[in-house]
Design a protein around this ligand. Structure first.
Ligand code: AP5
Length: 200
């Protein structure tokens, strides 16, 4: 059972295998780090893993560099290998907060297969809602290579086309927890905690 140590009088969050879902700039990465730390599990960001590969100029990094710079998705097969390896590591056995995966229906199927094979299951999918204008201004306020206006608009288009269908998919499986992401970082964290209490 997970023990959330952020507040001694708050009810504990027992969900330990969590996916963060939301458009670019919604705060998935920010909130994944906060939640993962409070649960004592790793925050696993596929975007961050790919950026590290690009920075290291590894075989993977050289392959995905242009795709990421254009705001497109890396292919499902490559992502399956990345996530399968990461979730097999010791620190992910107790739980994880997955940020940026799955992003397509095929990736959702792959994640279920990876977890099924090791006798694990997802506890919850947190969807962070933020108005589109706010997303763009947040992302443009940052200095990442894929944060130009043209690329952010492409990342949003890709999100709507390929990732948004996962909202209904996880909703049908009763895993979806909606959170208002248009609040301060602290208030979003509290809303996520509240949405997760009793899960897992
Ligand atoms: P990825 O790194 O996952 O990028 P993203 O989904 O576009 O998300 P961002 O990192 O831009 O936003 P976020 O929602 O994490 O928000 P954050 O907390 O950073 O992926 C990058 C690329 O990698 C993809 O485009 C693709 O090419 C590839 N990729 C990754 N995973 C893949 C997959 N599964 N399949 C295929 N390809 C994949 O916050 C954003 C900003 O807002 C920050 O400056 C933050 O400080 C600020 N902020 C956060 N919360 C708040 C708040 N409440 N109020 C005000 N500001 C806030």
């Amino acid at each position: 059972m997970g023990v959330d140590s952020t507040s001694s009088d708050a009810k504990p969050v027992t969900a330990m295998r969590i996916v963060m879902l939301g458009p670019p700039g919604s705060g998935k990465g920010t909130q994944a780090e906060i939640l993962a730390e409070s649960l004592g599990v790793p925050a696993i960001s596929t975007g961050e893993m790919l950026r590290e590969a690009v920075a290291a100029a590894s075989t993977l990094g050289l392959r995905v560099n242009e795709i990421m710079a254009a705001g497109e998705l890396v292919d499902d097969e490559t992502m399956a290998a990345v996530v399968r390896d990461r979730l097999a590591r010791d620190d992910a056995q107790k739980g994880f907060v997955l940020d940026g995966y799955p992003r397509t229906m095929s990736q959702a199927t792959t994640l279920k297969e990876i977890l099924d094979r090791s006798g694990r299951r997802l506890d919850a999918v947190v969807q962070i809602d933020v108005p589109e204008g706010e997303l763009v201004s947040r992302v443009l306020g940052r200095q990442r290579a894929d944060d130009t206006e043209e690329v952010i608009l492409q990342r949003l288009a890709v999100y709507h086309e390929q990732t948004e269908p996962l909202v209904a998919h996880f909703g049908e499986r009763s895993l979806l927890r909606d959170v208002d992401g248009h609040q301060s970082i602290e208030d979003v964290s509290t809303s996520i905690r509240d949405a997760l209490v009793g899960e897992g």
